[in-house]
Design a protein around this ligand. Structure first.
Ligand code: 4AD
Ligand code: MG
Length: 463
């Protein structure tokens, strides 16, 4: 079935050409002059193509006058300059074949505004709406941009495992993977006998590809991963998913300053790429979702971010007049209200906070000389808070053993990670970007469930 995509038609506007278009009817309007206007969308771009169907078509009375929102059609005809307002080109149909009907009494996606909450219940149909089509195209373009950015810098794209035996973040928020019959789990001394499970030991879905990325960085220099990660944290917020995508570069011969420079350059590249390549969809988000998104991205491409330490940030927050739900003191983990206050009220731009207290950060981060803080960095943005978490890694074997123990973990479980510090250890650093949070920031969509095709959250695993 040869077809021309509507995106291609609208970008070249070649009137006179004969083409075949396939897609889904958005609306049909009948004119008294003996023809109908049909808006057809095929998902290749936001705009629909206007089709003119004359009453001389053999199936005009029987089929075309019965076309409704959601029907699928195959239309052959000639492109002509459009006399009407709103489009430069339209398709004069020679032949319209109805591929599939959609009963208007039962098709849930009628031509009107639906709430995002409702659309989440019909995730099999929501990509046919303007918003979710635009999100899917932006996700696609951003994925392309991520690879282009790192490939352009000579980074190696690394596939890290989805099933692992280690807990990267040491936070224990993991989904277990087992082949046991859950009704008859083998036990030994009252505990689960993982030795008899598929992997002969406990296994879980990865929370981060970082530890494996470090292995490859310490052989190949610069690597990055881009894949799904899983967290069994029971946080029902507009910024948390149980399954989300993370981009994780890891660089050998690199310290925290190098890491921070890369993170900022990376974000600016993605912003610039989206502005340049997703204009139609960005204009849509700017008009219907958040009227500041284009302006914000344009400003950020040109402007530097704000850099300060955790200690400086806490000082600003504790002197602020704002009443926070969680009072601020040195040593606490910052809440998103604090992160947003710094970005939105104090600096009015993204903020990179570094050097957090070691107690609130993962065991692998490099200890500073003060022995109290670690070489951590979080990139915080307005409206969302943290979108990137990264650090320089601890490259000293003995200090790392201590940090693992302090975190209540067993150094034996991290034997290979420790060996990397025994044999040819080098300073290295990296970060993790939450892909969905970046899409939220770029599109202005308030809920993370609306920037991933099939969100997984507590209580939700449908589709
Ligand atoms: O700060 P996090 O936990 O960092 C790591 O996992 C490191 N191992 C990364 C590294 O250094 N290679 O997570 C990184 C980012 C966060 O800043 C956030 O944007 C996103 O991942 N993130 C989530 N996104 C959606 N839902 C969740 N539950 C998320 N948890 C973290
Ligand atoms: Mg973090």
């Amino acid at each position: 079935m040869k077809r021309t995509r509507i995106a291609e038609i609208l970008s070249s506007e070649n009137s006179g050409t004969h083409i075949t278009v396939m897609g889904w009817v958005r609306t049909r309007r009948d004119s008294k002059g003996g023809f109908s206007f049909i808006e057809v969308n095929d998902g290749s771009c936001l705009s629909s193509l206007q089709v003119i169907a004359a009453d001389k078509l053999p199936n005009y009375e029987n089929e075309i006058l019965k076309l409704q929102t959601g029907c699928s059609v195959k239309i052959a005809g000639a492109l002509v300059a459009s006399p009407g307002k709103g489009q430069k080109i339209e398709l004069q149909a020679d032949e319209i074949e109805v591929l599939g009907w959609a009963d208007p009494d039962t098709y849930p996606l009628q031509k009107k505004r639906h709430s995002f909450e409702f659309l989440r219940t019909i995730a099999h149909l929501r990509p046919r709406t303007n918003t979710f089509g635009a999100v899917a195209r932006i996700r696609n373009a951003m994925s392309q941009a991520i690879h282009a950015f790192f490939q352009g810098k000579g980074f190696i794209y690394l596939h890290t495992p989805i099933i692992t035996g280690s807990d990267c973040e040491g936070a224990g928020e993991m989904f277990k993977v087992t082949a046991f019959n859950l009704d008859e789990i083998p036990k030994k001394d009252g505990l689960v006998d993982f030795g008899r499970d598929f992997f002969h030991g406990p296994a879980n879905l990865t929370v981060s590809g970082q530890l494996e990325a470090e292995i490859y960085a310490l052989a190949m220099g610069d690597v990055y991963t881009f894949g799904p990660t899983f967290r069994a944290e029971n946080s029902n917020t507009s910024r948390h998913l149980a399954e989300f995508w993370m981009v994780e570069p890891e660089m050998a011969f690199c310290d925290l300053e190098g890491d921070r420079t890369l993170a900022v350059e990376f974000l600016k590249y993605i912003f610039g790429y989206v502005l340049e390549n997703c204009e139609e969809d960005m204009v849509f988000f700017n008009r219907f979702i958040d009227s500041s998104v284009i302006d914000t991205l344009e400003t950020l491409v040109a402007q530097d971010f704000e850099y300060l330490t955790y200690t400086e940030g806490v000082k600003i927050l504790s002197e602020a007049k704002e009443k926070f739900e969680f009072p601020v003191s040195w040593g606490m983990d910052l809440q998103s209200e604090h992160e947003r206050y710094l970005c939105e009220k104090v600096f009015n731009k993204p903020v990179v906070l570094t050097d957090y207290p070691k107690e609130i950060k993962a065991f692998y981060m490099k200890l500073n000389e003060d022995k109290k803080t670690v070489r951590a960095m979080d990139v915080l943005v307005p409206k969302i808070g943290e979108i990137i978490g990264g650090s320089q890694r601890e490259d000293d074997h003995d200090i790392l053993v201590e940090r693992i123990k302090e975190a209540g973990l067993n150094p034996d479980d991290y034997w290979w990670y420790l060996e990397l510090r025994k044999f040819g250890s080098v300073p290295h650093a990296g970060f993790g970007l939450g892909f969905e949070r970046l899409i939220q920031f770029i599109t202005g969509l308030a809920n993370i469930r609306d920037v991933i095709p099939f969100p997984r959250t507590p209580g939700n695993v449908s589709f």
